[in-house]
Ligand binder design. Structure first.
Ligand code: ATP
Length: 281
């Protein structure tokens, strides 16, 4: 039996990374939103071993793949002898600040839990996934969440309506998350000084928040002119607001309707950027 699942990307509507702790980790506060852009993951049971194929030849298919790591962690956690054949149909650009790897890993944990009838709850799957990648737990939970601690404390947020549209553009030249943290540590903090409520209160009343914030912009935008250009194009062509997602370099714009997104979509395509119109999940 083969089971399949959409593995959704995320954007950060708010991301305030605090100063590095003595143990090298960073505390942060983030509002994360799952979006309809997705990979598709298919998994089949094997008697033993983990095999992985991916439609994107640039993604490693061995034990470096986050989906592979999550499968290994699943079998170890439950002390199972089984195996898995995993296939990833890749649509989410990699190293783009969209949790493309984490979401594949999250989907593999969810699918193996079903295939092996382990009956673990979401919390247990999050515990297994957190050891592999900071964004895996959020990708298991999905929807809208406030994320705190070093990324492991998740509070789901129920939003009555999510009637805005999102246009994500990938400016090329992926950013390594580890490098983005290093760059952040060497620039003076410009901490947001506001709170996720500035994002969540408008969203709860059906409005697009104007006060978005991402600490990584100060470290990544100065060395990524294409991301700056994408942001300018979004704002000049009808985005209510625009910001880089996660450690970048993807930039997203928020729009009040699907029609109002088209001018920016066309302008970005003409400028040679990959664009992904989507909606909040
Ligand atoms: P985040 O937003 O969580 O920081 P990201 O979107 O910036 O993540 P990923 O797409 O997860 O970054 O990819 C980061 C690196 O992980 C890439 O260099 C890629 O080679 C590697 N990788 C391993 N497994 C996967 C996978 N299943 N999909 C995408 N990239 C993967």
């Amino acid at each position: 039996m083969i089971l399949s699942l959409n593995a959704y990307a995320k954007i950060n509507l708010y991301l305030d990374v605090h100063e590095k702790r003595p143990d090298g980790y960073h505390d942060l506060v983030s509002v994360m939103q799952q979006v309809s852009l997705h990979d598709t993951i298919s998994v089949r049971r094997l008697d033993s071993g983990i095999t992985l194929t991916c439609t994107d030849s640039a993604i490693p298919t061995d034990e470096r793949n986050i989906a592979h790591k999550c499968a290994r962690a699943f079998f170890d956690y439950f002390r199972l002898n089984g195996g898995a054949e995993i296939h990833i149909e890749k649509k989410i650009p990699a190293a783009a600040g969209l949790a493309g790897g984490s979401t594949d890993g999250a989907a593999v944990l969810t699918l193996l839990n079903r295939l092996y009838g382990t009956g673990a709850d979401a919390e247990t799957l999050c515990e297994i996934g957190a050891k592999i990648g900071a964004d895996v737990p959020f990708c298991i939970m999905g929807g809208t969440c406030i994320c705190e601690g070093i990324g492991e404390i998740l509070t789901p947020v129920t939003l009555p309506k999510k009637n805005y549209r999102i246009l994500i553009a990938f400016p090329g030249n992926g950013v390594s998350t580890a490098e983005a943290f290093r760059a952040l540590d060497s620039t003076p903090s410009d901490s947001a000084g506001h709170i996720p409520d500035d994002v969540l209160i408008p969203l709860k009343s059906g409005e697009i928040p104007k006060k978005l914030y991402n600490s990584f912009e100060r470290a990544v935008l100065p060395v990524h002119p294409a991301a700056v250009r994408v942001k300018e194009i979004l704002l000049k062509n009808g985005a209510v607001t625009a910001m880089m997602s996660g450690s970048g370099p993807s930039v997203f714009g928020l729009f009040s309707s699907e029609e109002s997104l088209h001018p920016a979509e066309n302008a970005l395509m003409q400028a040679g950027f990959d664009v992904y119109p989507c909606e909040p999940v």
